[in-house]
Design a protein around this ligand. Structure first.
Ligand SMILES: [Zn+2]
Length: 250
């Protein structure tokens, strides 16, 4: 771990009032959540791209729900890591802190983060296909497949953005508004190549924010980041947090 870079990141955060953190699959992978893409996503003979679509759900909702039941079971078995814990603590460290995630596993909430901007939805939330109402349901296994809306009887689907579907406009609006208004944006465990999430640090930087990157590998964002930290977030973020607290007490 590069102590000078940890110090630099803590210095950038020291005077920040409005902070945004954008997290991706890397922080979940550290906790043991499979990516559900490639070989990790294989279930029976299906790939994620064949099941996480509105067409697949229309053709066979039970099949799609069986796959989500399998995923919910795997996600239920994992715990937040020290990176998640630091991000939950930072809710009260800064005047304004917005946590935006590409992950659907709900680990940020499990770590204590509130009001997380979930760009791709949440595997613990169900949405009525007729009314659009969203409810949290952590039951595993679900009592019946496919689950039905208690209010109207229509099919419930996972509250997840599937392949071929647009991101929720209001959610995206919150993410961009926070990014445009922040002093510092951290990108954590994301390769920063998938739009629109990849646009958030660029938007923040264009509006004058400083960018801190935390990722084991370099990404397209690395060259333009003010501080780029190589390593797992579960190691880097606690180190930055410790240094930040020391600076603030000095
Ligand atoms: Zn309904």
């Amino acid at each position: 771990m590069d102590d000078d870079k940890i110090e630099a990141a803590a210095e950038v955060l020291r005077g920040a009032e409005r902070v945004v953190a954008l997290t991706g699959a890397g922080i979940s992978a550290e906790s043991g959540v499979p990516t559900f893409r490639g070989p990790d996503g294989l279930w029976k003979t299906y790939r994620a791209e064949e099941l996480a679509t509105p067409e697949a759900f229309q053709a066979d909702p039970v099949l799609v729900w069986e796959w989500y039941e399998w995923r919910r079971g795997r996600v239920a078995a994992v715990e937040p890591n020290p990176g998640h814990i630091v991000l939950a603590r930072w809710q009260t460290t800064f005047r304004s802190f917005t946590l935006i995630t590409q992950n659907v596993d709900g680990l940020h909430a499990k770590a204590g983060s509130a009001d997380v901007v979930e760009l791709h939805g949440n595997i613990w939330k169900l949405r009525c296909t007729a009314e659009g109402t969203v409810t949290e349901n952590r039951a595993h296994p679900l009592p019946e497949l496919p689950p039905r809306c208690p209010a109207c009887g229509a099919l419930l689907r996972p509250h997840i953005v599937w392949f071929g579907e647009p991101l929720d406009r209001a959610t995206l609006g919150r993410a961009f508004a926070a990014s445009e208004a922040c002093d510092v944006i951290l990108t954590i465990g994301t390769s920063a190549v998938v739009h629109p999430a990849a646009s958030l640090p660029l938007t923040a930087a264009a509006a004058g924010a400083r960018v801190i990157e935390v990722n084991p590998e370099p990404t397209p964002l690395t060259l333009s980041a003010h501080v780029s930290l190589r390593g797992p977030s579960g190691v880097i973020l606690p180190a930055v947090d410790e240094r930040l607290r020391a600076l603030r007490q000095a």
